[in-house]
Design a protein around this ligand. Structure first.
Ligand SMILES: [Zn+2]
Length: 245
């Protein structure tokens, strides 16, 4: 790579018996792609990516990882800063042999893209409520979300304080049953767009290679060892830029 100096470097999520010819597929990593710029709800109104939306993307990634761990029992999970967002790369043996279809279902589950069948806050319902709570508490009022008109947006934000203490009943009472249903439907659709599902169901995807440079943003793609303290503006800035300062 030093000799050829490629513009960008990628690595496949797939394992093959014959990797050179990409033949005889064995298994693939399960991936979640979260691009900070494409987050449907973010506090900043920046044009590209900034500290705020990268932080929010990482928080969201940590929530996904918690659910992958607690709800799906996965443990071989790696977070990679991609340059404009984050990849979650999962290498648990059983998950690596699953089909696109199953991966699609798991993405819907983990992001909270299905409306729960009951309101008891256990299992999936609990996960869904967490995702919706997060969305609502991050609303700025400027978002254009299909199914949420300006009045519903205003009332949702006005009553969002109920959700700090998980008072869903009181929140629903203020919004009204029909509008509450509309709100949940809209949030389920929003949840699915927070990740690029096309990447998750693709068994032969290539992803930016950790340690290589994202030349459009001059940031390094790096594994996030500690998401609690990770700061891309310290850990993903290429050395030669640091040295010039
Ligand atoms: Zn931003």
């Amino acid at each position: 790579m030093k000799y050829k100096s490629p513009f960008a470097a990628y690595i496949s999520v797939a394992f093959y018996n014959n990797p050179r010819r990409r033949e005889d597929w064995l298994k693939s990593e399960f991936v979640f792609d979260v691009d900070a710029k494409d987050m449907p709800i973010r506090s900043c109104n920046c044009e590209n990516v900034c500290k705020t939306c990268l932080n929010e993307a990482l928080e969201f990634v940590q929530e996904l990882v918690d659910s992958l761990n607690d709800d799906l029992g996965l443990s071989n999970i790696h977070i990679v800063y991609s340059g404009r967002g984050y990849h979650i790369r999962i290498l648990d043996k059983d998950i690596m042999e699953t089909s696109s279809e199953l991966r699609g279902e798991l993405v819907k589950y983990v992001t909270g893209a299905n409306i729960p069948k009951n309101s008891i806050s256990l299992g999936y319902t609990n996960l869904f409520n967490k995702r919706v709570k997060r969305n609502i508490l991050h609303l700025t009022g400027h978002e254009k979300i299909e199914g949420i008109n300006p009045k519903l947006m205003k009332d949702t934000i006005k009553n969002s304080y109920f959700l700090n203490d998980n008072q869903w009943g009181s929140f629903q009472g203020r919004i009204g049953p029909i509008r509450y249903k509309n709100l949940l439907n809209a949030m389920a659709r929003v949840n699915l767009t927070a990740v690029d599902a096309k990447v998750s169901i693709d068994l032969k995807r290539i992803l930016r290679l950790p340690s290589s440079l994202h030349s459009k943003v001059s940031m390094k793609c790096v594994e996030v060892k500690n998401p609690e303290t990770f700061d891309p503006f310290k850990e993903a800035v290429p050395k030669f830029i640091n040295e010039r300062k």
